[in-house]
Ligand binder design. Sequence first.
Ligand code: HAM
Length: 419
Amino acid sequence: MIQNIKGTKDLLPESTKNWQFVEDIFKKCSELYGYEEIRTPIFEKTEVFSRSIGENTDIVNKEMYTFEDKGGDSLTLRPEQTAALVRSVIQHTLARNISDLRLWYFGPFFRYEQPQKGRQRQFHQYGAECISSPNPEADVEIILLANSIIRNLGIENHTILLNTLGTNNSRNIFKDKLVDFLKSIRTDLSEESQRRVETNPLRVLDSKDKKDIEILKEAPSLLESLDEESKLHFDRVRDLLEKNGIAYQIDNKLVRGLDYYNHTVFEFQSNALGSQNAFGGGGRYDGLFAQLGGKPVPAVGFAMGVERLILILEESKKLEKIYYSVDAYIVNLNPDKFEFSLQLSETLRAKGLKISQDLQHRSLKAQMKEANKVNAKYSIMVGDEEINTGNMTIKHMKTGEQSHVRLDQLANILLNSNM
Ligand code: HAM
């Protein structure tokens, strides 16, 4: 038997319902904030990602699905959206300095990681990017949009971690201080962190190694190296978040796994997830447009991992509310009079009701079982008596409550049922 690729998942009908529920919320919330959808190709020239995410990040170093196509070009399945979106915005000159460009996206992404709970090789992200404003108000709008999605999904007990990397200038000053410190304790660090001292020292702060975490308590703090501009930006972000009732925790070791950030960075975490506890993250990336060959345009954005959102919702039983696949399942008791059921289905569908029915000429019992299995809200019995009298028998499948309804009343009753 041929099986799916390790780290990918088939989404079967029972879970696509949950996905559609979540996707509806992405769309609704994006529109509430005036964001428009963008869809870019699933693969790009490799340099789109290697020039932006950073040559020394795990994503570019170890995780990209890169291949040469038949024309000899190096192509990569997108590991994230921001770089590809910026490529598209530059190409189509969508960004104008004086007006804000607000974009959202949803789709599959690819990273060659070790699969585990909440970590796949093909996963999905929803994200939003606010382009053109250098101001802290844009950072806050982006966090408010993310928060509105979290609220609308009904996610509780999550944490927003907040940090700033400051301007390039203060980041460089900090980097020098950090490297001095790391070199002084280098041999005590884990192997991975020792390697990163050379290649990507800021990422050492993100180490998950227990001993590293202890040693790094003594590391210089990024917040202490901030210049005036960085402080002002960060203070305004914090002030506006507080005025909007958004609770956050400062985490001065949060540097994120992609190199394009400056100023504000943030992450959303949930304990429901286990070790892969970040269900979203983002930040400001004012240098990315120039890095990808465009004129400099400031921007800020975030992305959320959809598999992880769904895991949180499943864990908190938020998806256990009843999803009906159809409003009614027609149980046909006389195969010779099937035309009546077909016509009834069409009449009800024309009123906006979702209807399904048995096409196998099965017994009453088997059809009722099927109505249950497909999660129909009601079943409608159609036998000789119903056809002759126009008096239909309907049954609410969850409560078992049965009633007789006149044919001309049927659509209204089904439409107005809020059980
Ligand atoms: P990221 O932190 O790399 O950021 O990914 C965002 C989210 O995608 C993560 O928090 C996680 O929930 C999910 N995710 C990442 N890798 C996997 C995986 N292998 N399996 C399942 N879920 C995963 C970015 O991608 C940035 N582009 C975010 C951003 C947008 N920054 C600015 N704008």
